[in-house]
Ligand binder design. Structure first.
Ligand SMILES: [Zn+2]
Length: 515
């Protein structure tokens, strides 16, 4: 049923004429952040696709009793979320998208689509995959359907994606503590526009900003991103504005769409345009103030600093192969350096946890040896062996755990004073429980080396000190070392001395007329 509202005591009921019954809204999307500078490939299984009613489990705000759930007839099709990785194979992409389109076809007509993506997917042999995906969804659902796109702020907004999206938004926090809030806003705006009969926004103002920065320089916990992103809330409160969003973009893929962007949607042309331009200017003007969120040093200097420090646990981010940004996650370079240092050769040396390295054969051997047993073998460099070969590990099995969603099986092997976490499949270690479940206590450990970039909140809160090490890998944080060929130039900071760009907003045509 359509909603009815009282405008004021004297007003009569206002009933929208657009909908006599609940709107029909489909849910679809594929989310991954994939580096084209990594030799890894991502297959269909990595997306852990949910189908039909399972899809609701991904969105607590659409639980059976939630008010949003009751406001529409939902058509959950296929939603897949993969850990960041290498480019998606064309076969995996076509298979997942094909199933999505088939499901949409059997549920037509649709009033809306909630399109839940990341925005930094790379697919082998295909430019702008999210633009391709939404174009093919649009062909199936038709021009009248309102598509509301929800993204990660590390995604990229191509002109095509903006054209076929009627509403578009992204996270306002990095780390992404507002992930669910953002998706809920995308759905709430979609349902409201359909219910009210207002339909597609009249204006979508788009500004491409020629800046490409790593996520590790743009955390919204610190300036300048904190202030830039804090402007979004008030911006959306203005009359005539539905949503406003700023994308940092994704630095580890090489396409013309990789750059920062602003999109503001709404019904008031002047406010939408002015707001988009103000946000874009604030980003551009701050470009030189983006710095790494923690001190950043070479690996050698990071380790020397940690060894001399009296602050423990001392965290070191092994950033270059960060699997949560798209690294293969199995580069052995850093662990090889650690195991060769004399300080860690004896069990009485400084305690260090290394999290983590995939090594399925070694995990199998550890399971066979059992806790307390000795194990010897190699791990890592199955996917990315460009910087170091598989690392040789000989030590005692301290813990074994099976059943993790990502790792599947994990083993802790003690080598000298180093606790090496080896996994069957790659897994990021973001939470304290990821360690304590393995009998490790990071709070009482001298040095904790994690294959991530900026520390996720639980680790950030426990750190006594922290350095981000500029280690090699598929998501090298030193962008000037990356062999870009297709991104637009000039681009800050690659073209450091470039002139001020034209930051005038371009009005994206309505999806009614977009081609
Ligand atoms: Zn992100």
């Amino acid at each position: 049923m359509m909603r009815r509202f009282f405008l004021c005591a004297a007003a009569t009921l206002v009933i929208s004429s657009s909908y006599a019954q609940k709107p029909r809204i489909a849910i679809a999307g594929l989310a991954i952040e994939s580096s084209t500078f990594s030799p890894a490939l991502t297959d269909e299984a990595a997306f852990h696709a949910s189908y039909g009613d399972e899809v609701f489990k991904l969105y607590p705000f659409l639980s059976r009793d939630s008010s949003l759930r009751k406001r529409a007839d939902w058509v959950p099709t296929l939603v897949g979320h993969a850990l960041p990785g290498g480019a998606v194979t064309r076969a995996a992409y076509e298979s997942l998208l094909g199933k999505t389109l088939d499901s949409l076809r059997t549920h037509l007509p649709l009033d809306g689509v909630f399109f839940d993506i990341h925005g930094a997917m790379s697919v082998v042999g295909l430019d702008d995959p999210e633009g391709d995906m939404i174009t093919r969804i649009r062909e199936v659902v038709g021009k009248k359907t309102i598509i509301s796109t929800s993204m990660d702020l590390h995604g990229n907004v191509s002109w095509r994606l903006a054209g076929h999206s009627d509403l578009i938004t992204c996270y306002r926090m990095a780390p992404h503590e507002d992930e669910m809030e953002t998706k809920e806003r995308a759905v709430e705006n979609l349902v409201s526009r359909i219910e009210s009969g207002k339909g597609k926004p009249a204006y979508k103002a788009y500004v491409a900003i020629p800046v490409l920065l790593p996520g590790e320089k743009t955390s919204t916990r610190i300036e300048p991103a904190r202030t830039i992103y804090a402007a979004l809330g008030p911006a959306t409160k203005q009359k005539g504005v539905i949503d406003a969003a700023i994308w940092i973009g994704y630095a580890w893929a090489d396409e013309p769409r990789n750059h920062a962007a602003v999109v503001v949607t709404g019904d008031d042309e002047n406010t939408v345009t002015r707001t988009a331009e103000q946000l874009a200017h604030s980003f551009w003007e701050a470009r030189k103030r983006f710095e790494f969120v923690a001190p950043t040093l070479s690996y050698e200097k990071s380790m020397e600093t940690a060894l001399k420090s009296t602050k423990h646990p001392f965290f070191i981010s092994d950033m270059g192969d960060n699997p949560t940004a798209g690294g293969a996650g199995d580069v052995t370079w850093t662990l090889t350096q650690i195991l060769s240092r004399r300080e860690f050769k004896s069990a009485s040396g400084p305690s260090l946890i290394y999290a983590s390295l995939p090594g399925p054969d070694l995990v199998e051997k550890a399971i066979a040896a059992g806790v307390g047993g000795q194990v010897e073998g190699t791990a890592g460099a199955a996917v990315d062996a460009r910087y170091a070969p598989p690392v040789h590990i000989t030590g005692q099995v301290e813990a074994i755990r099976e059943g993790d969603k990502d790792a599947e099986a994990e083993a802790v092997v003690k080598v000298g004073s180093v606790h090496v976490i080896v996994t069957k499949k790659r897994k990021p270690y973001h939470y304290e429980a990821d360690f304590t479940r393995l009998g490790l206590n990071p709070r009482k450990t001298d040095i904790v080396v994690v294959k991530i970039g900026y520390l996720q909140p639980e680790l950030y809160d426990m750190r006594a000190d922290w350095i981000m090490a500029l280690t090699p890998g598929g998501v090298d944080q030193d962008l000037e070392r990356l062999p870009y060929k297709h991104i637009q130039r000039p681009m800050y900071p690659l073209d450091n001395d470039m002139k001020d760009p034209d930051l005038k907003a371009k009005m994206v045509p309505s999806s009614d007329n977009f081609r």
